[in-house]
Design a protein around this ligand. Sequence first.
Ligand code: NOJ
Ligand code: CA
Length: 722
Amino acid sequence: MRALGLVVILLSLAFSSSLSAAEVAVCSPDGNITVYFDVKDGGVPVYRVTYGDRLVIRESRLGLELASAKGNGQFNNFDNKEAVNENSLCDGFTMLTARRSSFDETWQPVWGEESSIRNHYSEMAVTLRQEDLKRHILVRFRVYDDGVGFRYEFPQQPNLTYFVIKEEHTQFAMPGDLTAWWIAGDYDTQEYEYTRSRLSEIRSLFSSKITPNASQTQFSHTGVQTALQLKTDDGLYINLHEAALVDYPCMHLNLDDKNMVFESWLTPDAQGNKGYMQTPCHTPWRTIMIVDDARKVLASRLILNLNEPCKIDDTSWIKPVKYMGVWWELITGKNTWNYTDQLPSVKLGETDYSKLQPNGRHGASNENVKRYIDFASANGFDQLLIEGWNEGWEDWFGNSKDYVFDFVTPYPDFDIAGLNDYAHGKGMRLMMHHETSSSVRNYERHLEAAYQLMDKYGYNAVKTGYVGNIIPRGEHHYGQWMVNHYQYCVEQAAKHHIMVNAHEAVRPTGLCRTWPNLIGNESALGTEYQAFAGTQPGHTAILPFTRLQGGPMDYTPGIFEMDLAKFSPEKSTHVLSTICGQLALYVTLYSPLQMAADLPENYARFMDAFQFIKDVPVDWQRSVYLEAEPMEYVTIARKGKNSDAWYVGSVTGMQPHDSAIKLDFLDNDRAYEATIYADAKDANYKSNPQAYVITKKKVTSKTTLKLHSAPGGGFAISIKPL
Ligand code: NOJ
Ligand code: CA
C-alpha cells in the first residue's frame, strides 16, 4: 500500500506543473487510473486523469452556469451583494472536504451479457463551498479499473432550492489530436453513420455528415454525440458518455479544436433553458472509460454499474424476446401501414373506416398476420410485432396533428381479439406497436387506456416510436422534458408488467439496470436504413463501442434477401451485408430483444442458415470478447444463460478479415459439435451476399478455428456439447 501511495505521489508530481497544496486524488482499485481534483485561482474546480504514467484527461474545468437561482427567501440577503454572481457555479469555490470510500459488490442483472457483474470502485466526494453565496455543491468521483464516473450533486440548502441551468461547463481536455469515431451533434436523432477522423478534422467534415435541420444549426460545427469512441496513437481507447440520465437533458460534446478540449453542451428546451432543478438533486454521471485494448471497451460494465440497482421488486415477468414482425415489408414498401389510400379528412375516432376503400396492401390484415404467426410459431419465436394495426396511418407523418393515433382502435381488417387468441393458441404473443408521431401529450393522454388494452389481450411488450418533431413544438427528443416522458412511460409500463422498446428516444445510459423492463431502444441507425439508403459495412462494428455502451439496441438484424427489388419493386436499394454477416449480429450486437426482420418467404429459401437464428439465445451467462477494433471487426463468444452451448459471432467492416479463434473458453475434457456458418470464398456484401458454407466439426477447448470473412461479412458458430 505504501509503495502504491508513493507511486501516486510521484505521478502527480510528474504530471502537474502547478501541484497545489489542496490537490486531492483517488485511484482505481488496481491503482492504474488516478483522478486528481483541485480548486484553482478564483475558486475554479478542475480535475485531470492519468492511466499508469500517461496523462489522459489534461486539466479540465468543472462547473455550471445558471439562468436563475432561488433560495428560500433568504437568497438576496448577502452582505456584499454586488460582488457575487448567483448564477455562477463555475468559480468562487473553496474545497471543504474530500471524503474517500470504496465499494465492491457483485450483482445479478435480470438479463444481460453475463449473469453476474462486479461493481468495484474507489470513491471521492468533494464538497465545494461558495462562501459569498453561502451555498455548497458536491462533485462525486467513482474510479473503476476501466474508467471514471463523476457527477455534480446539489444538496438541499436555504440558498439553493430551485435553479435553472443555462449550461453545464464540464470539460474533457484531450491528450492530443486523437482518432475519433463520431456522429454529429443533434438534439433529435442519432440516426447517422459514424465517421472516423482525427479530432482536428471534425470541423471540415461536419457539414457533410448532417442532414441540415433546426437541431444542428444551433451547434458549433464541432459538436458530437456520445458515446464517443476515441483512440490515442499509442493505443489507449477512451470512451466518453454519460450514465443514469434521469430528469436532466442529454449531453453533447462541443470540441474546442484549437485546444482539443471537449465541453458539455446540454439539449435546450423550447425557451433555450437547459435544465430545471430542485434540490436535493444531481446530474447524470459523466463517464470516461480508459482501457488499453479495444476488447475491454466491449467488456466494460462502467455505465451499468453507475446506474442504480433494479427498482422493480418482482421481475419474473420480464423475459428476453425473440420476435418476427409485419415490418420489413412495410419499410421496403411491399405493403403499407395504412388501410386505405383514400385520405380520411376528419378527426381520428370520427372516421368510419369500413366505408373506405381498402388499398389491398394493408400489412396488418388478418390473413397476412396469420401467415406470419404460422411461420414464427413453427420456428420457435416468442412474439410477432405488427405495425399499422391501428387507425390513423393514412395521414400521420410530419403533419403536426395532435390527435393522430389513439392506440386502442384497430383497423376493420385487424381482429385484435381473434389474432391474439390465434397467436396464444400457437404458444406465441403479439407485440404491440405505438407510433406516437412525437405527439407526446396525445400519447400521455392515451397511455393508461393503451396499456389496459394490452393487458386485456395479453400483450406484454410494446415497441414505441417518436418520428417527427416533438409536439409541443420547440421541445427536442433529447431535452429534459422528453427524458422525463420516456422515463414516465417505462415506469407506468412496469406497473402493467409491460416491457418497452422505444425507437427514436434519447440514447440509453444504462437505465435498463434500474428498469429492466426497458428491453430495447433504437437511437442509432438500425436495419431500416439499409432499405432507405444502404448502410456501409463497419457500422455494425462500431455500434458495440458507441451506441451499445448505454444499453441494448433493437437493431432488427437477419436480412437474407439483400436485393430489395426482388420482392418490393419500388425499392432499388441493396442491403450491404452478407447472410453470414447478418447471422453474426445476433451475437455481436447484444440485446435481450432480437428480431428476425426478413419476410417468412425469404427465410424459407435459406432454412439451413435460418437455423442459427432459431438456435441463438437472447440471454447469456458469460461473454468472451475475442477480437475487436472499432469499425473494423468484432468477434464475441457467448454462453447461453441456461445451457452449456456457446455461440460465436464475427462481423467485419469494408475489409476482409481472417480470424484464428481459440476455443479455450469451452469446458476442458469435453467434446462439442461446432456448426460453422461462414462466408463462401467468393462472398461479398455488394456482388455476392448470399454465398455461404455451413460445416460441422467436432471441437474441444484446444481447437483453434481459422475463418475468413468477406468484406461486409462475418461468421456465426453454434457450439453444442456432444
Ligand atoms: C421508425 C421506426 O424506427 C420503425 O421501426 C418504424 O417502423 C417506423 N418508425 C414507424 O413507426
Ligand atoms: Ca428509427
